[in-house]
Design a protein around this ligand. Structure first.
Ligand code: NAD
Length: 270
């Protein structure tokens, strides 16, 4: 087994800094380079590496400089959703193993771009869907495999997470997700629940998803929250958000199972 893997981390927002600290706690991995579009976030990344290792990593606002480093073998991409695919494609073309955070792609064309680039280059690319490895999810998978539930006919998953605060302060916090809720309307975050379900239903291991229907409710939660928390005159209180409050998706699988997913991020909790 190889003694050390040299990695670069691209994207140093909340998740990037958390992942960086996790990586810095692992043996056999050395962070040689960090990158973010914001200089202050690069600096925080540099400080985290220095604190953990005593060494100063290369730091840049242009990720292509990291891809050009021959000593870098793998790239971790906790960048904004819209940036995952092009960074992953460029990384594979540069011969670097790549792990992208969840969020993934914005279109089916982008998904195929990932597949084609992997096939052309032979370089692995993995989506870092951590919920597949959660204790409860692995327990459920194990119970299914042992037949505790009998034959599974239906799975249900959801992303039930009140994001109203971070979404209405997106501009102030320089967070990409607010713009998504302003301009897109879709099931924008399915992989936390769909990853574990796909394992339970053997998707791409003999089974596959055939078709889906997805519907969004009207959008009310963010505007109401912004008016209350930020006042009537704030930009966030006067925007007609595209993203519906609840998105329900039904998927049909080749072996006859159905899956329902719920995106629920902009309404108050009970
Ligand atoms: N797996 C999980 O449990 C989990 C939890 C939180 C977030 N995430 C995922 O992590 C990713 C980041 O989320 P976040 O909340 O940290 O967002 P964030 O906005 O705080 O951070 C994203 C960072 O990426 C940087 N970035 C974007 N494009 C870049 C580029 N081309 N080059 C360099 N840097 C670039 C931005 O400047 C920003 O600092 C998202 O995909 C999110 O879905 C996953």
């Amino acid at each position: 087994m190889k003694k050390q893997i040299n990695v670069g981390v691209i994207g140093l927002g909340g998740r990037g800094r958390g992942l960086l600290n996790t990586i810095l706690g692992l043996e056999n991995i050395q962070v040689l380079a960090v990158c973010d579009l914001f200089e202050d976030r690069c600096q925080k990344g540099v400080e985290a590496v220095e604190k953990a290792t005593g060494k100063t990593p290369f730091s840049t606002e242009n990720y292509k400089e990291i891809l050009a480093m021959p000593e870098i073998e793998a790239i971790i991409v906790p960048a904004s959703w819209a940036d995952h695919v092009h960074i992953a494609v460029d990384s594979m073309k540069a011969g670097k193993y790549v792990g992208i955070e969840v969020g993934g792609a914005y279109s089916i064309d982008e998904c195929w771009e990932l597949v084609r680039t992997h096939e052309e280059t032979g370089v692995p690319c993995m989506m870092l869907e951590n919920c597949n490895y959660g204790q409860k999810e692995l327990m459920a998978l194990n119970m299914v495999k042992k037949g505790v539930f009998g034959e599974v006919v239906h799975c249900q998953g959801g992303y039930h997470h009140d994001l109203r605060k971070s979404l209405t302060y997106g501009r102030e916090n320089r967070h990409y997700r607010q713009a998504n809720y302003m301009h897109r309307n879709c099931e924008n975050y399915p992989t936390h629940e769909l990853g574990p379900i796909a394992k339970i239903l053997d998707i791409n291991r003999g089974n596959r998803m055939l078709s889906l229907v997805s519907m969004a409710s009207k959008a009310r939660g963010l505007k109401e929250y912004a008016k209350r928390e930020k006042g009537e005159d704030d930009y966030a209180s006067n925007f007609d958000y595209a993203q519906g409050d609840i998105v329900t998706t039904i998927i049909k699988c080749a072996h006859g199972e159905t899956i329902t997913l719920t995106l629920d991020t902009t309404l108050p909790r009970a």
